[in-house]
Write a protein that binds this ligand. Structure first.
Ligand code: ATP
Ligand code: MG
Length: 484
């Protein structure tokens, strides 16, 4: 029985002919009022493997085009009623991508030129050499096919440049996109590492929103930002009376993230006690609320991130080795921006477009010199720094191009920085423990915006002028820093 059902299948002819093969044949619409030419072209082109349709005038040709597009329109120019040029114009209205090859009985180059102007790709003078015609048809069809392939390829490539809003086309980033996709399918704990500003936050979200848990909560907790004494109650919740001030029951973030994902950022900052408690949750999938006696089940996926060297902290005895291994089931490492320079301009353009839209300005171009500086810089603050530099450039640039002069001194190379520091720029604070560039930058902006506003007697246009920025940018920053 089995044999009987197998046999016919095996005997089936290979799929080289049949309807599928016909469907992929390139199509040509031949338009000529001369029946002998129509017949001749039909025979020759069919033999060359094209799907040939014919029409004896422009009206019939348009009807045929309305039924379905063709890969090539091969039309006579001189025809009664509607000329080939008029037909081409109408065909372009129908489909702007139509490819047309015109034929003209006389060397009436004027109309041929007119047809070319309208977008015909080439023309043939009658009486034509049949081999020349076959060649031109083949060339046009081939060009069109390559163009279509390019469009598809470009689309496919572009979609690989952006994954869940994460932008990058360098090979480490393409590998990262694949990693995120794969990791999202699992429920394993993931440890995301990378320097500050490399996109760890974005990756954590991308993993959650591509996972089966995407419709469940994503809860983030910055372990470094919560005082140690509060971290436990934040994570596990507490019951009324657990400690002074606990005047009601409170759900912790682990409960809030039930069936979803919890993102523990700056995990390296967690103290020893909390490390033990977290380890228990990861091992037993159970925890106890602060002051509570009942054990609670936890169905959460843990995503953790750090910009510290955790193995080093393990070696120093400052991070539990067992917890490290529990977290590091899947390791996702984000490369610093200076190790993927191909991404710099892609990201720069993305941020320019973003901030230009936000500030209601046209998207500026980037001068060659500025682009060179951007690509060369070592980006210690990674993508976040690049984003800030682009935001600043959109705000400060008053021409249609971001020029090297508009970029911060740090980017303008060693010479400029050294000169700046020597020439009185030395009042700037040095790097050191607790240095926070963003906070310093904010402070700087706030100071000068406030100062200008004060000196301008509250007149914003005047203040903007004093700061050398447009009113639009001023308004943007005034809003950002909540200045009145
Ligand atoms: N590949 C990227 N594409 C687009 N934007 C990015 C990319 N990487 C980072 N960013 C942007 O840069 C900024 C910093 O990213 P993110 O907060 O994810 O970094 P982080 O690694 O978590 O930094 P930190 O260690 O300081 O917390 C964000 O505004 C983010 O949107
Ligand atoms: Mg972060």
């Amino acid at each position: 029985m089995t044999r009987a059902t197998l046999e016919p299948n095996r005997a089936a002819p290979p799929k080289t002919s049949g309807p599928e093969a016909v469907g992929v044949r390139p199509s040509v619409l031949v338009v000529d009022d001369e029946p002998s030419i129509r017949d001749m072209l039909r025979i020759v082109l069919r033999r060359d493997g094209y799907d040939v349709r014919t029409a004896e005038d422009g009206r019939q040709a348009l009807e045929s085009l309305q039924q379905g597009p063709v890969d090539l329109l091969l039309s006579d120019i001189r025809m009664p009623d509607m000329t080939g040029v008029e037909l081409l114009r109408a065909a372009k209205d129908l489909n702007p991508d139509v490819v047309a090859l015109m034929m003209t009985a006389y060397a009436s180059t004027e109309t041929a030129v007119e047809a070319m102007r309208l977008g015909a790709v080439d023309y043939l003078t009658k009486p034509f050499n049949i081999d020349e015609l076959r060649l031109k048809v083949r060339q046009q069809i081939e060009t069109r096919r390559l163009k279509q392939e390019n469009v598809l390829l470009k689309k496919a490539l572009e979609s690989r440049h952006v994954f869940a809003n994460i932008i990058g086309r360098s090979s480490p980033m393409l590998a990262l996109f694949e990693m995120i996709e794969a990791v999202a399918q699992t429920t394993s704990t993931v440890l995301i590492t990378g320097e500050s500003g490399t996109g760890k936050d974005m990756v954590a979200r991308a993993i959650h929103y591509n996972s089966l848990r995407r419709d469940r909560p994503f809860v983030a907790l910055n372990c470094g930002a919560v005082p140690e004494t509060l971290l436990e109650s934040e994570l596990f919740g507490h019951i009324k009376g657990a400690f002074t001030g606990a005047d009601s029951n409170k759900k912790g973030l682990i409960e809030a993230a039930e069936h979803g994902s919890i993102f523990l950022d700056e995990i390296g900052e967690m103290n020893a006690t909390m490390q033990v408690k977290l380890l228990r949750v990861l091992q037993d999938k159970r925890f106890r609320r602060l002051g509570g006696t009942d054990e609670v089940q936890a169905d959460i996926r843990v995503l953790a991130a750090t910009n510290q060297d955790l193995p080093a902290r393990v070696a120093e005895g400052r991070f539990r080795e067992d917890l490290f291994y529990r977290l590091n089931v899947i390791a996702v490492q984000l490369p610093p921006l200076r190790e993927r320079r191909e991404d710099v301009m892609l990201l720069a353009e993305h941020f320019l477009a973003h901030y230009a839209a936000e500030m209601g300005k046209p998207v500026p171009a980037v001068s060659e010199e500025a682009a060179a500086l951007l690509s060369r810089y070592h980006w210690p603050g990674n993508v976040r720094e690049l984003e800030n530099v682009m935001e600043r450039a959109v705000a400060l640039e008053r021409t249609a191009t971001v020029r090297a002069e508009t970029l911060p001194p740090a980017l303008r190379g060693g010479a400029a920085t050294a000169a700046g520091a020597a020439g009185g720029g030395g009042a700037l604070p040095d790097l050191g423990e607790g240095f926070d560039l963003e906070a310093k930058g904010d402070e700087f902006y706030r100071h000068y915006l406030g100062l200008a506003l004060e000196r301008a007697g509250g007149v914003q246009v005047k203040a903007a002028e004093m700061l050398g920025m447009t009113f639009r940018s001023f308004r943007y920053y005034a809003k950002k820093y909540k200045l009145r």
